[in-house]
Design a protein around this ligand. Structure first.
Ligand SMILES: *Cc1c(COP(=O)(O)O)cnc(C)c1O
Length: 443
């Protein structure tokens, strides 16, 4: 009881602002999305740009009228769809004709069978996979969530797209807005990696650096939503958050379809706010309910950087409440010290028999290099976190190397060059002569 009350208190500030800005959105067409429902008390609300329950201040999520009937027919329909997230439109809060609208069509990224990495980690060959989301249009998984938020923004009549971002989201919003003809104005902590800043700015929208941490940026955006200054703005991860979050379900759908409509046994997922992890679980549960995969147990493992590990700290301490931290890690895309979905992540890890673990910055860099060296995949720091945590969990006997395991790489190493640059470079620098090359001892 006390814990629940604390959670609600924490959310109260945001919720009261959300209530003020409720726009009634009648007749919006968001496909199978039927209503918003409170994740705490279950109360339902009509679809609109709101994100907190008016009764208990709990966060809202999408409730669906999912297609009932023959799973085989639905599977065929999906398989005949486009090679992007819209093949799953019948399961997403988007109109049926979404594929015809201008957007970046993210998704259907590679699921790489990582036998070389498996060998290094002591996993059975054929059992380890990397879901490589660096292949999305702006080189991170964020294109998936932004694509859903864009449809909600269209449906609710917003003309400006905005967000608070740890870096990747700002770029994804800028690009999606450019393609769809929206104005964008995005907010980031002022001290991000150059690759992230350039990516966020190059699409021509407005980019604002805030002197503070991501949590300061997020608080600022919440204030902006409640102010006339932010009127008409769709903040993809604040007032459009219920729609945005659903984009992560497509990772679950793709992984299962790419495994031949099978559930993996174990998934290793990075945690920033925790939204992605909770929605991958939601996606897997839907596939089971729809009869698209067989109903069997799976374990979800959460991965954080030691320098920002509020969820893994709570997991290890056996707490239900996540105590905020001040981030200090090279994994800046995951540096959310006060993760909104933290308590739900704890629930899912415990329910499925998984673990939430963290790795230090040195192991993150080692893991980035290990993945690059074994599989030719250059991950950003978040990918170093998941690979590093996978290795740590196997060493500790907490992840079973005999079972099918999917490790997520959610971003591209070219955006976080600073993390590996100090320990990576030419093997030798020589004069252009055979003698010099012979002396270098590389032939
Ligand atoms: C945003 C992000 C995540 C996870 O975000 P959640 O807030 O937990 O949904 C993971 N990896 C990368 C690279 C990201 O940018």
């Amino acid at each position: 009881m006390a814990k629940c009350a604390m959670r609600k208190m924490r959310r109260k500030g945001l919720a009261s602002m959300a209530v003020q800005t409720v726009a009634t959105a009648k007749n919006v067409d968001l496909g199978p999305a039927a209503a918003l429902s409170c994740r705490e008390c279950g109360e339902r609300f009509p679809l609109g740009p709101i994100f907190a329950c008016e009764l208990c201040f709990g966060p809202l999520e999408i409730a669906y009228d999912l297609p009932a009937g023959d799973p085989e027919a639905l599977r065929k329909q999906i398989e005949a769809g486009p090679a992007n997230i819209w093949r799953y439109a019948p399961l997403l809060p988007v109109p049926a004709d979404v594929a015809d609208k201008p957007n970046l069509n993210p998704g259907w990224t590679k699921l790489v069978q990582a036998d070389n990495l498996a060998r290094e980690l002591g996993v059975e060959p054929g059992k380890l996979f990397v879901k490589d989301d660096s292949g999305n249009p702006t080189h991170s998984f964020k294109d998936r969530v932004v694509a859903q938020a864009l449809e909600a923004a269209r449906a609710f009549g917003f003309t400006t797209l905005s967000c608070s971002s740890t870096g990747n989201l700002a770029g994804a919003v800028g690009a999606a807005a450019a393609r769809a003809g929206f104005r964008s104005c995005v907010f980031i902590p002022h001290d991000l990696e150059q690759g992230k800043v350039v990516m966020a700015a190059v699409y021509g929208g407005d980019l604002v650096g805030i002197e503070g941490t991501y949590d300061d940026v997020n608080r600022f955006c919440s204030e902006l939503i409640g102010d006339p200054l932010g009127e008409g703005w769709g903040f993809v991860n604040v007032n459009l958050r219920p729609y945005y979050a659903e984009g992560s379900k497509t990772l679950a759908y793709e992984i299962c379809e790419q495994l031949g409509w099978r559930l993996p046994d174990q998934l290793v997922i990075p945690i920033a706010s925790g939204s992605q992890l909770t929605k991958i679980d939601k996606g897997l549960q839907e596939l089971i309910k729809l009869g698209l995969v067989e109903d069997k147990p799976y374990k979800i493992f959460g991965a954080q950087a030691e320098g920002c590990s509020p969820v893994s700290a709570a997991f290890k301490a056996g707490h239900d409440v996540v105590r905020p931290q001040k981030p200090n890690t090279i994994a800046k895309s995951l540096a959310i010290g006060n993760p909104a979905d933290g308590p739900y992540v704890l629930d899912i890890a415990r329910r499925t028999g998984g673990v939430v673990e963290d790795v230090d910055d040195e192991r993150i860099v080692d893991a980035i290099k290990l993945l690059a060296r074994t599989e030719g995949i250059f991950a950003e720091t978040a990918g170093g976190v998941t690979v590093g945590v996978t290795r740590k969990l196997i060493e500790a006997g907490l992840l079973d190397p005999a079972l099918t395991t999917v490790v997520l790489n959610t971003g591209d190493g070219l955006k976080t060059l600073d993390a590996v640059a100090p320990t990576t470079g030419p093997t030798a620098t020589i004069r252009p002569s055979l003698d010099a090359f012979r002396d270098a001892g590389l032939a």
